[in-house]
Ligand binder design. Structure first.
Ligand code: NAP
Length: 485
């Protein structure tokens, strides 16, 4: 059953030092419903003065939070998980409204996002150090893990809850205080979650949330403050590169979760239904607006035609509509600009020899819709083989042998996720070893799991989020103490 979110509460102000404040310049940002193009709410447009207030608040709260007993911090994080779970339906509806994703995808996102609090509540009490004897025998080596300091977190619009909690929960578990700058398109979820953290007992200033139309200058100002020691960014590779350069000026530790161009490889010996089910998840979860989305579907010649037929049937059966309507399976894109980009990529692919089997034309209706689309005969020269499509378009590339498909899969600057479907496990593991990606779905279309290290190689990023120790380690520094006794 859907529930109506309180849009007024979700847009009541910047969240700084435990207070809800207007932007000091008085300006606001419109939040648009991509399903209807109507303005849902307005949120404050933070200035440099607001950014500086957020750093002050995070600094003021730092010592109390890092010195709080890990068990107490753990219980607060656990409460965040419980409250998110209790309010999952309202949060899911809010995500569907501001992001446009289908409610079923939003429900999945809330469960995933909440899980980072449960997982890190458990991690918070398991931060250990090291103790050993130096090889020369002269002294002991003690290694202590300490919170890194104030963290700036910047997140995208495609997973407004999960991209924030995947950073905030481990940072809080490690004992850090944070400033979150969510995407301008989807700030309401970030503010609603901040209210939940407050209710769960997160002290004022430990989490601060700022929305702005000037992310570049605000980020520069925050990173220039020597108390800020970590930049954790999720977004496009282009912005990530610029932020790495900015962080280098202050030698700030960076975690980068960037773009992807996932190959989805189906061998002749794959279980056809499993491959089709996997393709629908890897391609169509979030209507294709996922960094892990299958961007290039490589299908071996022997299974090619059956795969195309099955995929077209499944894509044509999808119910397209406003995200927050329960029957919707494929919602709109985030903005008109996103639809323009998809249209440009499809036109370019057609000009380079691709054939549209289904979809392929923008509908004449309000909202930023693009239909589920399947293209065959896609060419490696097409722009969509190089760029993220970030939409419900599945281009199918035919291949003949293993070495050829590995070379084509790796012919990209990205290396986030990849998918391989085969009944031959040794072949699957061999190809998984050869494909340059941080995460592989072997006979699975979904890889995300808070208990597994999420992240990419090559220009898809630096560092890992989630996982046994990886996620929390990003927010800690090792301190080595040499001592003798
Ligand atoms: P984006 O344009 O890079 O924006 C991401 C965030 O960065 C937003 O909060 C944005 O603020 C902010 N930003 C933009 N320019 C900035 C600047 N000069 N300085 C500081 N911050 C800046 O990416 P997006 O379009 O929102 O998200 C889609 C991208 O994210 C895709 O490439 C996708 O693959 C990637 N992604 C990666 C992962 C992963 O885990 N690897 C997960 C999800 C998404 P505004 O909203 O105000 O512009």
């Amino acid at each position: 059953m859907t529930q109506t979110p309180d849009l007024e509460a979700a847009s009541r102000g910047l969240y700084i030092g435990g207070q809800w404040l207007p932007a000091s310049g008085g300006a606001t940002i419109n939040v648009v419903d991509p399903s209807t193009e109507a303005v849902l709410a307005t949120v404050p447009d933070a200035t440099l003065a607001d950014a500086s207030a957020a750093v002050e608040a995070a600094a003021k709260a730092a010592s109390g939070w890092r010195n709080m007993a890990p068990r107490k911090r753990s219980e607060i994080l656990r409460r965040c998980f419980e409250l998110m779970t209790e309010r999952s339906e309202i949060l899911a509806t809010l995500i569907s409204l501001e992001n446009g994703k289908a409610l079923r995808d939003a429900r999945g996102e809330v469960a995933y996002a909440a899980e980072f609090f449960r997982w890190n509540a458990e991690e918070a009490v398991r931060i250990t150090g090291e103790f050993g004897i130096a090889p020369a025998g002269a002294n002991r080596i003690v290694v202590d893990y300490q919170p890194i300091g104030i963290c700036l977190m910047i997140t995208p619009w495609n997973f407004p809850a999960a991209m924030a909690t995947r950073k905030i929960a481990p940072a809080l578990a490690a004992g850090c205080t944070v400033i979150l700058k969510p995407a301008s398109e989807t700030p309401l979820t970030a503010y609603s979650l901040a209210a939940i953290y407050e209710e769960a007992g997160v002290p004022p200033g430990v989490v601060n949330v700022l929305t702005t139309t000037a992310p570049g200058p605000l980020t520069s100002a925050i990173l220039a403050d020597p108390r800020v020691r970590k930049l954790s960014f999720t977004g496009s590779t282009g912005v990530g590169r610029a932020l790495l350069a900015e962080a280098a000026r202050h030698v700030i530790s960076c975690a980068m979760e960037l773009g992807g161009n996932a190959p989805f490889i189906v061998f002749d010996d794959a279980d056809l239904d499993a491959a089709l089910d996997g393709a629908m998840i890897a391609k169509m979860r979030n209507a294709g607006e996922a960094c892990t989305a299958a961007n290039r579907l490589y299908v071996q010649s022997g299974i090619h035609d059956a795969f195309v037929t099955g995929l077209v049937q499944r894509m044509e059966a999808l119910q397209v509509g406003p995200g927050a309507e329960t029957e919707t399976e494929c919602g709109p894109m985030i903005t008109r600009k996103a639809v323009d980009k998809i249209e440009r990529l499809v036109e370019d692919a057609i000009a380079k020899g691709a054939r549209v089997v289904t979809g392929g034309a923008r509908p004449n209706r309000p909202g930023f819709f693009y239909p589920p689309t399947v293209l065959t005969n896609a060419s490696d020269d097409a722009e969509m083989a190089v760029e993220e499509i970030f939409g419900p378009v599945a281009p199918i590339y035919r291949f003949d042998d293993e070495a050829e498909v590995i070379a084509r899969a790796n012919d990209t600057e990205y290396g986030l996720a990849a998918y391989i479907f085969t009944r031959d496990l040794s072949k699957g593991l061999r190809v998984a070893g050869a494909v340059e990606a941080g995460m592989i779905g072997l006979n699975r279309g979904l890889v995300s799991d808070p208990a597994a290290p999420f992240g990419g190689v090559k220009q898809s990023g630096l560092g890992r989020e989630g996982g046994q120790h990886h996620g929390i380690a990003e927010f800690m520094e090792a301190k080595y103490i040499a001592t003798s006794f």
